[in-house]
Design a protein around this ligand. Structure first.
Ligand code: CA
Length: 287
């Protein structure tokens, strides 16, 4: 059984989610504002396997809650509820550390599917944290849930996963193979660093950075583009499936973060290069 925190101030919606997620076999807690949600999520005595986080909350917004959690190195999977037709919300959500999003109003079945996707993902991360010596960073927030893990992971073995639609084709194989095979096939090494796309980790000597799903997908797309220049628009469309009239500069925040992870001097990037007026390019071995 997974333990889910629903953070939503509209009582009828929160109760509806509680009821339906409980019916799916989850243990559900509800908080109506960002501050109380943070208190609980950062309380070492509590553990949650996932958070359904509304953006519009009294006091601290969902964006702030997500950003503060990540700042405190809490990587509990976050499904963010955004306003429909506001792609900038989606981007801000990802920028603040959300793992997935769903525009309101949503279909309950879709929410449940997305949530299950996040839960499966965190089960994999925990399992490989147990078997891999250098994966210690698969984070305190996800410790102690092994019992739920075994069953779910077995089930997910046949299931290619609901994870963000735009990348599903490419991911299907990785999701259905064993952790070992994923590790072998879904990673990329350059300049003394290893990106493990399946485990959402970037490892360099003595350091492991935990990536959000969206950071990992963006990085993968850039890496797989093999040195070609990719436009911001293509990144938005191909990586995140955002076709609406989005401010493409929103992508720049992500690039800034990725550079902090992979560049020796983020102000003078060697790997993740800006091509002025066009977009970005990833170069594994700069001259
Ligand atoms: Ca709300």
């Amino acid at each position: 059984m997974s333990r889910v925190l629903v953070v939503e101030d509209e009582a009828h919606l929160a109760q509806g989610l509680r009821f339906n997620l409980q019916a799916e076999g989850h243990e559900v807690e509800v908080e109506g504002d960002g501050e109380s949600a943070l208190d609980r999520l950062l309380d070492a005595a509590e553990r949650f396997d996932a958070v359904v986080l509304d953006v519009m909350l009294p006091g601290k917004s969902g964006f702030e809650v997500a950003a503060l959690l990540r700042e405190k190195k809490n990587y509990v999977p976050i499904l963010m509820l955004t306003a429909r037709g506001r792609p900038e919300d989606v981007l801000q959500g990802f920028a603040s550390g959300a793992d997935d999003y769903l525009p309101k109003p949503f279909e309950l079945a879709i929410l449940i599917a997305r949530l299950e996707g996040l839960l499966r993902r965190s089960v994999w991360m925990r399992q490989s944290a147990g078997s891999g010596a250098n994966l210690a960073a698969s984070e305190s927030s996800q410790v102690g849930v092994q019992d739920a893990g075994a069953n779910r992971a077995t089930r997910s073995g046949q299931d290619p996963g609901q994870f963000p639609a735009p990348t599903s084709g490419r991911d299907a194989a990785g999701y259905s193979s064993s952790a070992e095979r994923r590790r072998a096939s879904d990673s990329f090494t350059f300049a003394g660093k290893a990106i493990d796309f399946a485990e959402l980790e970037l490892r360099s000597l003595g350091n492991t950075i935990h990536l959000t799903v969206m950071e990992a997908e963006l990085l993968r797309y850039l890496v797989r583009s093999g040195g070609r220049v990719v436009s911001r628009k293509a990144l938005l469309e191909d990586v995140w499936g955002l076709h609406e009239d989005t401010d493409t500069r929103a992508i720049d925040n992500f690039i800034v973060r990725l550079r902090r992870y992979i560049e020796e001097d983020p102000a003078r990037p060697k790997h993740l290069q800006t091509v002025r007026g066009v977009g970005y390019r990833f170069v594994a071995e700069p001259e």
